[in-house]
Design a protein around this ligand. Sequence first.
Ligand SMILES: NC(=O)c1ccc[n+]([C@@H]2O[C@H](COP(=O)([O-])OP(=O)(O)OC[C@H]3O[C@@H](n4cnc5c(N)ncnc54)[C@H](OP(=O)(O)O)[C@@H]3O)[C@@H](O)[C@H]2O)c1
Length: 243
Amino acid sequence: MKRAIIVGASSGIGLEIAKLWIAKGWKIGVAARRADKLEALKSLAPQQVATQIIDVTQKEATENLHSLIAQLGGMDIFLLSSGIGYQNIELKEEVELQTIQTNAEGFVRMTTAAFNYFKQQGGGQLTVISSIAGTKGLGIAPAYSATKRFQNTYIDALEQLANMQHIPISFTDIRPGFVKTDLLNDGKHYPLLMSSTTVAQEIVKAIDRKKRIAIIDWRYRIIVFGWRLIPRFIWKRLPIKTS
Ligand SMILES: NC(=O)c1ccc[n+]([C@@H]2O[C@H](COP(=O)([O-])OP(=O)(O)OC[C@H]3O[C@@H](n4cnc5c(N)ncnc54)[C@H](OP(=O)(O)O)[C@@H]3O)[C@@H](O)[C@H]2O)c1
């Protein structure tokens, strides 16, 4: 039986993964800002679930994560699923900065806390949900795509640091394509939309197998492969947008 913590478990992909880990009989610690959603999740298996309000953009998030780990009696797996994302073709400064606060500053706050915990403990599994959006800069969502690229690079860096310091942490960077969750609930049409339950099943498998990078699903693996081959002078001319 594993002890796993999910930050960003009140809805969407994180919530579905929480349900799958409960079904496996694991003890899980779940965190996010919405207490009512966390309590509803706990009510599914009160003996297995601990809750903690965490806002990753706030300084006290680190202390709150440690409280959750203590409630659980330790942590074997850490999963960061918290994130926000908006299309922002008007390039509103506030939207860009909010995205950076959650997806970059909050991301660093939580992953450094988990890394340092595992360092002290002598190992663990550090897993995050980034996105295929980090593959290239996307004109319709500049801060979102840039922060997702930041997350990819940050995990590369932590992996190298763990090796330098001989800390046995395994890293999994999960990069889904479009998933039907609140994050995309903006009335726009998203192609190749996947369900959060299917995506959660693939993520659980990838974490079990300790995959280093998991692009979900196979169609997006092809798209990402293709995107990477496109030279900059062509990429800048591509009208990548949703209707
Ligand atoms: N949906 C997609 O198409 C897609 C594709 C690729 C990657 N992703 C990534 O998958 C992750 C999960 O997103 P989702 O699609 O499942 O969307 P979601 O349903 O909106 O879930 C986002 C989660 O993040 C939490 N969160 C947001 N801001 C937070 C904060 N400041 N502090 C703590 N928790 C916070 C939310 O909880 P509270 O609001 O209760 O705090 C919620 O639990 C995100 O990192 C997203 O970028 C999504």
